[in-house]
Each structure stands twice: as C-alpha cells, then as structure tokens.
Design a binder for this molecule. Structure first.
Ligand code: CAO
Length: 451
C-alpha cells in the first residue's frame, strides 16, 4: 500500500479558488472520479474528482481554504498496482486516469457572491453543535460534513443554503443529532423574511427596496410549486444586481439588412461546404467588434472604485444562449480577428456545449460586451439588461420585410430591430445614439467592415 497526495489539477487560469465543500472524510473509500471537494469561481462550481480509488488517510483542506493548481487536497492510500500508474504522473498535472474537473453547473458571467440573509431574532434550538466526529459521519460517508464545520448538513442542504445565501452556522438543525435539514433552511429564510421591515432600510438612509409581498396563492386556486434551476437562481441574482446597480438607458434603432441578407444567402453553398450555418448573428458580432474598436468606451468596465474606466485592448463578445436550465453567456474571444465562418463554427460549438451543460468557467469569462439575440424566435423589440461589469449590451430582434420610403417610393427592405442598453454612468445618450447609428451603418453596408 502507498499513500499518495492528490493535488489540485490544472483547471484553467484560476487563482485562489475557495473550497465550498469538502465531500470526503478520513477513512472514506473513494472510487475513481468520485468528487473530493467542490470549488467555486465567480462563474461556476466545480467538483474535483479522485484520480483513482483509495482510502482517504488525510483531508488536507477545509471549507473556505483558497486553492491553486498543485495544492494537495487529500492523501489517499492506494494499492500498489494503482500506485505504479500514479507514480508516473507528475504531481501538478491531472493524473493520467483523472477525469477533468466537472463544472457542476454553468453560470452567466460575473455572478456576484450570495448576500447572507440576516439572522432571525430567535432560534428554536441552539446551533452550537460540536465538530462532528468520524463515527457521527459514518452513516453518510460521502455526505459527511466538512472538517471543522460546527454544524451537520449534507452537501445538498449546503448547496440549497448557498443558493439562498444562508449562513448555515446561523441555522438550527432539527434532524438527528441536530443535523440541518432543507426544511430548517426554508424555515430560517421564512423567519428572516417576516422580520420587521427595518432589514431592508439601511441606517445610512440609502434607498431601500421593499421586498415583494409574500402571498398564499392557494386562496385563488390550484397551484404547483416548481423550484428554479441553479442557473436561474444564480443568474437571477446577477441580473438583479446589474439592474439595481447600473443606471440603464436603452436606445432603439432599425437597420436595413437587405444587402447583408442577400450576401448571407449567396454564401449558403460555401457555408455548407465549410460545415457551418451562417445566421445574421455572426455578421452582427463582426459589425459590433468593428464599432467597439472605433468607440473604446463601450469596450470597457468601471473599476471597483467607480472612478476609473478600464479600457480593454481585446474584443471578446458574450452571446446569450438559451438553454433548458436557463440563460448562460459564453464568450467568443478576439471577434475582431476572426472571419465569419470561424465565428459561426465557434458559435455553433459553444451554443451546443451550453445546451449540454458543458461550458467551463473559462468559456464564460472575459467578456467585454454582450449580445442577446432573440431574432431566431420573434418579437419586435426588447430591453436587454447590461451584463455588468460590462457597460453595454445589444439586443437583436427578428428582421422583418417593411415598406421603407426611399424619397420617391416605398421599397420593400429587410429591417432589423436593434436595442442598445448602456450604463449611463459611463456612456452619454449622444454616444449611445452614435454607437447604434455606426452599427446600423456597418450592417446596412458591410463594405464598412473593410475600411
Ligand atoms: N432576424 C430574422 N431571422 C433570424 C434572426 C434575426 N435577427 N436571427 C436568427 N434568425 C434566423 C436564423 O437565420 C435561423 O434561420 P434558418 O434556420 O432559416 O437559417 C433561425 O432564425 C434560428 O437561428 P438561431 O437562433 O438558431 O441561431 P442564431 O445564430 O441567431 O442564435 C443563439 C444563436 C445561441 C444566440 C440562439 O440559439 C439563442 O440561444 N438565442 C436566445 C438568446 C436569449 O435567450 N436571449 C435572451 C437573453 S435575456 O433573457
């Protein structure tokens, strides 16, 4: 038997990722690819799997530790045959048999950390539970509480609490040995919400937002309660934060894409040969990249102080993708340097990965500007929410053949509705109008792209 230290594999360009769950305890028998810990970036949670089977001899991390590539997670006692394979694997790399870390879910870009729910005034039971012992955690070898945690709760309850922003150390457990159940978390949140309204009125006198009333809808008829997906919960928080923190203005326009459409149709055969399907979106991405290069304020973010603008010298564009689990915004990099076919290939691939829930945190980071296209679905206009800390987003609706006055007659033209929402702290109305006019100009005459 050999004891081998299991390091954090290369999971991309991340530093100091916090451990949000330790999923194993000393003495656990783990199987290959069984999750050892859960890490959380600001984009996603990732479970880090065991590269091979073994018995956990030491757990070297605890919740809230910050990990980097190569940091030791656990020591596994493995049999000699497994050790022979493991010994060939350099400590920092993903061991040969390891599956890549699995993103537990995909999130929209820049999801903020959950805000803790305040403590309710009274608790039914004391929550000062001693650190769990090995014997206590035996019935739940995998779901055992993290080392050092002063409460008992399974990973699913911890995950449930995290999505609601609940600090479990504040919650009283009503299960066996004071184990916290999901119902305890729900009761805690209910108690918090029914506290006097002072919770939402900060002493600073800032504008507080009254919570929406809680209504028992059963008084009006039959109902069904369906939980939101994790992505919906996370994106909901992010969208609320963007909506409340960013003073939005939305500027509308309609652009004539008759020529663009004719060009797109003329490329159909070539696109088919290249194995891609060209939609208007890739032309729009290219045109946006062109205008971003000309108007760098739109390719920027405010810094944390809110007093400096960070201008980005790269053009990475996030594209909102509708998935069965909710909205995600993968990022296509260096759009200004890529051709229409290459962009189309990438968009198709990333869209497919998004729908299969296979995006990595890296796929969703680094965006400078977002595009939300509902053109394939319908509708005449909508007001997209700026995907902070970006400062602008383009909403695209369905193009429609319309009679357009050309000075002498009405001519049938294919008109594309555009909506540009922007952060008014950074962008003035005149600049917003200039951006959308410039974009409109490029889309109605693609020759502008080569100027
Ligand atoms: N006007 C007219 N037709 C359009 C169009 C537009 N603006 N945009 C796309 N179309 C057409 C396409 O050409 C395609 O037609 P064909 O099948 O006849 O060729 C069809 O609509 C479907 O396009 P698509 O939606 O599959 O492809 P896309 O490249 O336009 O979009 C993607 C890709 C990933 C953005 C899209 O699939 C998607 O998920 N859209 C939803 C985004 C979303 O939810 N936004 C809201 C965010 S806020 O909640």
């Amino acid at each position: 038997m050999t004891v081998k230290s299991i390091p954090l594999p290369d999971i991309g360009n991340f530093k100091d990722l916090p451990v949000i769950e330790v999923l194993v305890s000393v003495g656990d028998h783990v199987l290959p690819e069984q999750s050892l810990i859960t890490l959380e970036s600001d984009k996603a949670t990732m479970e880090i799997p065991a590269p091979f089977a073994g018995i956990v001899r030491k757990v070297l991390v605890k919740t809230d530790d910050k990990l980097n590539i190569g940091d030791a997670i656990v020591e596994l006692e493995i049999d000699d045959a497994t050790a022979a394979v493991a010994i060939e694997t350099p400590a920092i790399e993903i061991p040969a048999k390891a599956a890549p870390p699995t993103p537990a879910m995909q999130e929209p870009a820049s999801v903020p950390a959950p805000v803790p729910v305040p403590t309710p005034p009274a608790k039914a039971v004391s929550n000062s539970v001693a650190t769990p012992t090995q014997s206590e955690s035996q019935p739940y070898p995998i779901n055992a509480p993290s080392a050092g945690a002063a409460y008992h709760a399974s990973p699913s309850v911890r995950a449930f609490a995290r999505t609601l922003g609940v600090d479990l150390s504040q919650v009283s457990g009503t299960g066996v040995k004071s184990r916290i159940q999901q119902t305890d978390v729900t009761a805690f949140v209910k108690a918090s919400l029914t506290q006097p309204a002072s919770r939402s009125a900060p002493a600073s006198g800032g504008s507080a937002i009254a919570p929406l009333p809680s209504i028992d809808f059963t008084q009006f008829g039959a109902i069904e309660t369906v939980p939101l997906s994790r992505i919906q919960k996370r994106s909901g928080k992010h969208l609320t934060s963007c909506w409340l923190n960013i003073p939005h203005v939305t500027q509308f326009d309609e652009t004539d894409i008759t020529e663009l459409e004719a060009f797109r149709v003329s490329l159909k055969m070539r696109a088919e040969k290249a194995g891609v399907k060209l939609t208007p979106l890739v032309f729009i991405m290219k045109a946006v990249a062109r205008v971003l290069a000309d108007m760098p304020k739109f390719n920027a973010s405010l810094d944390a102080s809110g007093e400096n603008l960070i201008l980005k010298k790269y053009i990475h564009i996030g594209v909102a993708v509708d998935t069965p689990h909710g909205l995600v915004v993968p990022v296509i990099r260096d759009v200004d340097h890529k051709g229409i076919f290459e962009l189309s290939k990438e968009l198709t691939a990333v869209g497919a990965r998004a729908r299969e829930g296979k995006l990595t945190p890296e796929d969703m980071s680094g965006g400078c500007f977002s595009i939300s296209s509902l053109g394939g679905i319908g509708g005449t206009q909508f007001t997209p929410i700026v995907n902070g800390p970006e400062v602008a987003i383009l909403g695209v609706s369905r193009a429609k053949m319309s009679p357009v006055w050309d000075g002498g007659n009405f001519a049938p033209r294919l008109m594309l509705p555009l909506a540009l929402s922007y952060d008014h702290r950074v962008i003035d109305g005149a600049q917003g109008a200039r951006f959308i006019s410039a974009l409109s100009g490029v889309l109605s005459d693609l020759r502008e792209l080569i100027l």
